[in-house]
Design a protein around this ligand. Structure first.
Ligand SMILES: C[S@@+](CC[C@H](N)C(=O)[O-])C[C@H]1O[C@@H](n2cnc3c(N)ncnc32)[C@H](O)[C@@H]1O
Length: 252
């Protein structure tokens, strides 16, 4: 395995990327009555149901080290899961699929191979996330990157070998999971080094791009230009920033 990206960008992840209980509940519902679950791209352990037997798969040592005591992870990648066919009830993956580029199709087929029934994928619809003010007005580099590495939902459905349903998952203003999508309500977070570092979107950009975006957002907040264009967002409790939950099941 080559050095995983999150060994570079994953330091401090667990403190800023705390599980959102609303998304956690949706995932638990989507897993149905599965007793054994593989979580691929498991990271620090967010969203893993505690009432089932979970096998965590995570390539980055830095991320695995942030897992709670007693919940280790197998070091492997999605495109080659070290599991037998149909060996778990369900497979899940949360905000990891875009990092599997260019092997996303292979990874999805692996989830289907090992899961007897439910395959639950939480991912980003790049068309929708690209319309959020941050990507549309300031950070085109991430919008363009997402278009390359986040498979459109229709393509994911084509890769799955069982019927699937797609849920829109709005992001709450107060979500504790500080993804780039959570910035929809908090332009001030762009000015916060730790908040930026907890998002792969910012962490993957060269310093010059990050400095430009920070400078432009700071200027627009000072002048009132941001509020003139997007201030209505300050009244909303939640917003569709592109998060999607796909639940595939043989019984769907
Ligand atoms: C944004 S984090 C999400 C972590 C966790 N699922 C969560 O929701 O907090 C993305 C994770 O995917 C992992 N990852 C990256 N490439 C991967 C691959 N090819 N196969 C499996 N996991 C991968 C990263 O190491 C990282 O832990």
């Amino acid at each position: 395995m080559t050095s995983p990206r999150y060994d570079r960008i994953g330091h401090g992840y667990a403190s800023r990327r705390v599980e959102d209980p609303r998304l956690g509940e949706r995932i638990r519902l989507a897993l149905g009555d599965a007793r054994t679950v593989v979580n691929v791209g498991a990271g620090a352990g967010s969203y893993e149901p505690e009432d089932r037997t979970v096998l965590a798969v995570e390539p980055s040592a830095v991320m695995a080290a942030q897992r709670p005591p007693g919940r280790p992870a197998i070091r492997a990648t999605a495109d080659q899961l070290p599991l037998h066919d149909r060996s778990v009830d369900a497979a899940m993956t949360v905000l990891s699929l875009h990092h599997w580029h260019p092997s996303q199709e292979r990874g999805i087929r692996e989830l289907c191979r090992v899961a007897r029934d439910a395959v639950v994928i939480v991912t980003i619809d790049p068309q929708v996330s690209g319309e959020m003010w941050l990507m549309a007005d300031y950070l085109h580099e991430v919008r363009d990157l997402d278009h390359r590495i986040c498979p459109p939902v229709g393509r994911i459905l084509d890769w799955l070998d069982r019927p699937a349903e797609v849920e829109v998952v709005p992001i709450s203003r107060d979500t504790p999971d500080g993804t780039l999508m959570s910035f929809w309500a908090h332009p001030e977070r762009v000015l916060d080094t730790a908040a930026r570092a907890a998002t792969s979107g910012f962490a993957r950009q060269p310093d010059a791009v990050v400095e430009r975006v920070v400078r432009d957002v700071a200027a627009d907040l000072r002048s009132g230009a941001w509020d003139a264009r997007h201030g209505r967002l300050r009244q909303l409790g939640e917003y569709d920033a592109g998060l999607r939950l796909i639940r595939a099941s043989r019984g769907a």
